[in-house]
Ligand binder design. Structure first.
Ligand code: ADE
Ligand code: ZN
Length: 328
């Protein structure tokens, strides 16, 4: 069996974080912006740790300056995902990088992203849905502007709201107002937690933001009572093993808690997070899990089922994707 062609569902992918370095370097050249410092001698993104990763990430977004840039980016990212067998994907979208939080500007960026998603569905057979994400280290006031962008554009395509960025900046409760606004607009909720913060950070995100999914969540393993509660509540973890290894959350895959979390009943899915930053693809994630934990086709099928059950899409989209998954 080839993990590459096996149909897959991915729930945790940052659109700007999926920008290939060549794509960003090409835009930088076109726009005469000097961001050469973010690349190593081979042209890959260069960073030593998580905070530097966030800086490089934000520097790369400086060259994404127009809706047209995001249209091109979305198309390139979806072509790459589809080439790894991804049939359904959800992507984090950051109005911070698409007009700075202005609702009118955000609408134009969103329109361009959706045009590209429609084209990718026709050309590559991949379906995309969007999750607006605020950025924790930009603070609660800016998050409210981002939540307003999300609430104003919520529909059957823009279906979720979340939070990413530096998990050590502030507390989840600081962002409760934004999550309440998003929930009232009908958006489904996820939060990055338990990547840089310990189990308490996961507990607070779950309790104070009332999310149904957790981005990463892996450090919940340090509190087995919490793991039991989250398993019981059916909270879904969007686990990104390759990201955790490159950023140094765990030294190697054998030390990663994904298998332990699964054994303890956590519903989990596998994603790439920011694939070119971590030299990751959905194919590689599953190949590595097969090598280290002996995961096989049945495991991939089970993960796909968890992912599509937890997907922020409507029932008719879910049925359409389920039919594609049944072919495997
Ligand atoms: N934004 C993009 N990737 C991220 C990650 N792994 N953690 C937090 N914020 C992010
Ligand atoms: Zn992420």
């Amino acid at each position: 069996m080839s993990f590459r062609t096996f149909p897959k569902v991915e729930l945790h992918l940052h659109l700007e974080g999926a920008a290939p370095p060549k794509f960003i370097a090409g835009l930088a050249k076109e726009k005469h912006v000097d961001i050469s410092g973010i690349f190593d001698e081979r042209g890959n993104y260069a960073f030593r740790d998580f905070l530097q990763f966030l800086k490089v990430y934000e520097a790369a977004t400086q060259v994404l300056q127009s809706p047209e840039d995001f249209r091109r980016l979305t198309l390139a990212v979806l072509e790459e995902s589809a080439s790894h067998g991804v049939v359904y994907s959800e992507t984090f979208l950051s109005p911070d990088f698409c007009g700075g939080g202005d609702v009118g500007a955000w609408r134009e960026y969103l329109h361009a992203i959706r045009e590209a998603a429609d084209q990718a569905e026709r050309d590559f057979g991949i379906t995309l849905r969007g999750i607006v994400t605020c950025i924790r280290h930009f603070g609660p006031d800016q998050a409210k502007r981002i939540a307003l962008c999300a609430a104003e554009t919520a529909d059957d395509w823009l279906t979720g709201f979340g939070i990413a960025g530096d998990e050590n900046a502030g507390q989840p409760a600081d962002f409760a107002y934004s999550f309440d606004m998003a929930r009232e607009a009908g958006l489904r909720l996820t939060a990055h937690a338990g990547e840089w913060g310990g189990p308490q950070s996961v507990r607070e995100a779950w309790r104070d933001l009332r999310v149904e999914r957790i981005g990463h969540g892996v450090r919940a393993i340090e509190d087995l009572a919490l793991v039991e509660e989250l398993a019981e509540a059916g909270v879904v973890f969007e686990v990104c093993p390759g990201s955790n290894l490159v950023l140094g959350v765990y030294p190697n895959l054998a030390a990663h808690p994904i298998e332990k979390l699964r054994e303890r009943g956590i519903k989990l899915t596998v994603s790439t997070d920011d694939p070119p930053f971590f030299h990751s693809t959905m194919t590689r994630e599953f190949e590595n899990l097969a090598r280290v934990f002996e995961w096989n086709e049945d495991d991939v099928r089970a993960l796909n089922q968890t992912a599509i059950d937890a997907a922020f899409c409507d029932a008719s989209t879910r049925d359409k994707i389920l039919k594609k998954l049944e072919t495997a």
